[in-house]
Write a protein that binds this ligand. Structure first.
Ligand code: ASP
Ligand code: MG
Length: 419
């Protein structure tokens, strides 16, 4: 008998009726002949509401107490779901991270899972019980409760699937799968039957808020097949996420994503000599600022200086403002220019490897609609262009047309689709 991990997000367990529906979805999986481990998120907006509540008490809560507070959300939904399953005549037991032994680093608010103990879960599986586990939380070796970062129950689910060698990990939410682009922007966007871990990771990083990126990294590392599917349409298999080598690639580009939460910073006229970039980015790293696109311009013949431009998350602007004086001191720029009116539009596709001309096609598409590109960055399977915010939507629409992403689904699995 195989093990299946099912994860249900906040919208799927938002009220009592929805919890009862989830109970049906769990029982159905059990009746298919599987052993079932379920991971739940907090109900609806519980986590947001708890954060709001804490802010009414203090603006500077300790990270430890925040974890104590936020970890309660998942414990509400796990016990209610166990009750709902019991009520329908099946054996279920809820367990929190401490009871399971989901061991994490000692890092409140963003802990990584180090190990998952086998004993307790195995005992209940052997007893033929359905196990409901609180997502998002973990425990340190000295008994402190931690959380994995917002959206972290996806990662709890995949880590459990890896630890118990599950056949697959199904992530249920209110979306029906992964789309070629945001269907709110392009209504004809297609739901993908399959996407690779690599592509999903790139899409997750450039603004497709479907999955917690670390869950995809973990799935890739341990080869756990994931499915993104809707808890409101149980017959729909959603999107399967697997290794790129298991896929048949038909098109160079799989998806278009947009991130409008970044700002561009230009450090003007930095003297062109060894050590300046190192000093600058070490300072930013020490401040905990993660930098995304980086461009250094060609050195000017007069004055021997160049501009260094990069992007950071707009939420980090305050932190950045705290180091501007220091930057002026260490690299002596003529100006520091901040541009908030930007969006990063990216095309992603494993099929672009070894296929020249995809970048040119992207730039041509933007040129044809008269959009100026402010910055470009590329990786093996992604090309990103920075454009003005108010042009982002037309860029996405045009790129979908160029790369045929508002037509049929683009990739297929080699062999049969696992169900
Ligand atoms: N409840 C947590 C959050 O809202 C974790 C999760 O939903 O994955 O971020
Ligand atoms: Mg979530």
């Amino acid at each position: 008998m195989g093990i299946v991990v099912q994860k249900f997000g906040g919208t799927s367990v938002a009220d009592a009726q929805k919890i009862k529906n989830v109970a049906d979805a769990v029982i159905r999986e059990k009746l298919n002949g599987n052993k079932v481990i379920v991971v739940v998120s907090a109900m609806g907006h519980t986590t947001d509401n708890l954060i709001k509540l804490s802010k009414e008490i203090t603006t500077t809560p300790s990270e430890r107490e925040m974890d104590m507070l936020l970890s309660t959300g998942e414990q509400i939904s796990m016990s209610l779901l166990a009750m709902a399953i019991n009520e329908k005549g099946h054996k279920a037991v809820s367990l929190n991270a401490m009871q399971v032994g989901i061991m994490t680093e000692h890092n409140h608010g963003r802990a990584r899972i180090l190990e998952i103990k086998q004993q307790r879960v195995k005992k209940h599986l052997d007893n033929d019980e359905i196990i409901i586990i609180a997502g998002f939380q973990g425990i340190t070796d000295d008994g402190e409760i931690t959380t994995l970062g917002r959206g972290g129950s996806d990662t709890s689910a995949v880590a459990l699937a890896a630890a118990f060698n599950a056949d697959r990990c199904d992530i249920y939410s209110d979306v029906e799968g992964v789309y070629t682009t945001d269907p709110r922007v392009v209504p004809t966007a297609q739901k993908l039957k399959v996407i690779s871990y690599e592509e999903m990771l790139e899409l997750a990083r450039v603004g497709a808020n479907v999955l917690h990126p670390r869950s995809v990294e973990t799935a890739k590392l341990f080869g756990v097949p994931m499915r993104v599917r809707s808890s409101f349409k149980l017959d729909d298999l959603g999107t399967l996420i697997i290794g790129v080598d298991e896929m048949e690639l038909h098109k160079p580009v799989t998806g278009v994503a947009c991130d409008s939460s970044q700002v561009r910073i230009v450090i003007c006229d930095v003297e062109d000599r060894p050590g300046n970039a190192s000093k600058l980015f070490t300072l930013l790293a020490n401040k905990g600022l993660s930098v995304d696109m980086i461009i250094q311009s060609y050195a000017r013949s007069v004055g021997n200086t160049n501009d260094i431009a990069f992007t950071i998350d707009s939420a980090d602007l305050v932190k950045f403002s705290e180091v501007t004086e220091e930057i002026k001191k260490i690299v002596n720029p003529s100006n520091i220019f901040i541009d908030e009116d930007i969006a990063k539009v990216s095309i992603v596709g494993a099929g672009m490897i070894d296929r020249p001309g995809i970048a040119a096609e992207m730039f041509e598409t933007l040129a044809k609609i008269g959009v100026n590109i402010k910055m470009i960055s590329t990786s093996e399977i992604k090309i990103s262009c920075l454009v003005e915010k108010n042009h982002a939507k037309e860029c996405i629409i045009a790129l979908c047309r160029t790369f045929d992403l508002d037509g049929a689904a683009v990739a297929d699995v080699k062999g049969d689709l696992p169900d």
